[in-house]
Write a new protein. Structure first.
Length: 453
């Protein structure tokens, strides 16, 4: 209710037109946006799955995080200048200027699929935990209530609103993690606590350092730099210099925040060992199980608030981004109206609800963070390949790039088939494999067309 109230108050002062919805009329301050971006990145996946994954993967996630720092630097100095020069509301307008409308639409379509899947995984993970606290309410009803809340505070003002509501949510879930640490810390837990494996130097391992590092670079470059959800806030500042400062601030803030949740995971597992608590069937449920069964009421209540805040702060931006891309890149420009915007926003809410219910009845096999990053590696690989191709060639008024959509589809199928045939586990580095095949096929088809001409 606080979020809904703040959202309505901000939208009344910042406006409810499409310019405010898309990019806050490009009047946002870079420092506030940087803090808000942390809330977008730290979803229920980080809140639950990252501490739980420590038992199996140790702190190897720091390998991915080290790659993130390089990726965010590339986003700041490679992508943002291009977007501020060629894009207004959607970053996929860039592909229209470079390769024409077929490339713009296929990039937008890839984003719509990948972001819908990712936001649904995030929402699913949070709701299965909330369901533990409210078992008398069915899972589909909980999902519907969550999405109604998002509509209540995010639909009117869009980006101009969630910049500020996400800051509130960020403070809530960070405070929850710190207070949980303060409650469970004890001399006994300190004796059982140990820093787990950080660097994996076994090349055959799926978390081999260079796989995770390179995967982290490319995941940050694509899942932030080529993702409308993340970059929509980056387009809300007056100029590119402010946007670059914001991205660098965001990258710096992300290190202690992620480290906090890794540290919390190690302390939670030490607590389990000291107090002989039965290990949950899924590591994602460790934090939630302790909050429900062992922690006092105030800690459990804070946990629930933190989880809801972490989840809503990531899903709300996804719904705004899905709506923006549909209006700006898929539909004709003359269709951009407030009633249609509202209708499309509701459509994507319902689609997310349906996928979330599907994941509930057919859950992913691995812990949710692994599933999320693996999905991102596959779905953003074609986007990365398309961007690389766009830098190798360009719109000259004579070329017809209508071959781009079907070529990307063929490249994606080839990369999947060869990966399965070889039996090679690329881990999160599979994004390199998919992007490489995308570039190879696009360049190959363009070369054939030139020869035929």
């Amino acid at each position: 209710m606080v979020l809904v109230g703040v959202g309505w108050w901000i939208s009344r002062h910042r406006g409810t037109d499409l310019a405010a919805f898309y990019n806050a009329r490009r009047q946002a301050h870079w420092a506030w946006v940087g803090l808000s971006m942390v809330g977008t990145a730290i979803s229920g996946l980080t809140f639950l799955s990252l501490p739980g994954s420590v038992h199996k993967d140790g702190w190897t996630y720091l390998q991915v995080l080290s790659g993130y720092l390089v990726g965010y630097t590339l986003v700041a100095f490679v992508l943002l200048p291009r977007y501020y020069r060629l894009s207004q509301a959607s970053i996929y307008e860039y592909f229209r200027h470079r390769l024409g409308r077929p490339a713009e639409k296929v990039a937008a379509f890839i984003f719509l699929v990948s972001r819908l899947l990712a936001s649904s995984v995030r929402l699913y993970l949070a709701l299965i935990v909330i369901h533990l606290f409210f078992p008398e309410v069915s899972f589909p009803v909980l999902g519907f209530i969550s999405l109604i809340l998002i509509y209540g505070y995010a639909e009117r003002g869009g980006t101009g609103t969630i910049i500020y509501t996400d800051i509130i949510q960020t403070l809530v879930f960070l405070g929850t993690a710190v207070l949980t640490l303060g409650y469970i810390w004890s001399p006994e837990v300190w004796k059982a606590f140990e820093i787990p494996r950080i660097i994996d130097d076994h090349p055959e391992s799926r978390h081999y350092f260079w796989k995770d590092f390179l995967g982290g670079v490319l995941l940050a470059f694509t899942m932030t730099g080529l993702d409308q959800d993340q970059m929509q806030k980056s387009l809300s500042m007056p100029g590119v210099f402010a946007a670059q400062r914001m991205i660098l601030l965001y990258a710096v803030l992300l290190i202690p925040v992620k480290l906090l949740f890794l540290f919390l995971g190690s302390v939670l597992w030490a607590y389990v060992e000291v107090h002989d608590y039965p290990t949950p069937a899924r590591s994602d449920q460790l934090y939630a199980s302790l909050a429900r069964d062992r922690f006092p009421f105030w800690t459990g209540a804070l946990f629930a608030m933190g989880l809801v805040s972490a989840t809503l702060s990531s899903v709300d931006g996804a719904m705004i981004a899905l709506t923006t891309v549909t209006l700006r890149n898929i539909l004709p420009s003359k269709r951009e109206t407030l009633p249609l915007k509202r209708l499309i926003f509701v459509f994507w809410l319902l689609m997310s609800w349906g996928l979330t219910v599907y994941f509930y009845y057919f859950p992913p096999a691995l812990h949710a963070l692994d599933t999320f990053l693996k999905l991102g590696s596959y779905t953003y690989g074609p986007l990365l390949g398309l961007f690389i191709f766009s830098t190798l060639t360009g719109w000259d008024g004579q070329w017809n790039y209508s071959f781009v959509p079907w070529t990307i589809l063929v490249a994606f199928v080839i990369s999947l088939a060869l990966e399965q045939y070889s039996g090679m586990d690329w881990g999160y580095g599979v994004i390199v494999w998919v992007a490489g095949w995308t570039v190879a096929c696009l360049v190959g088809v363009q070369w054939v067309i030139r020869k035929v001409r």
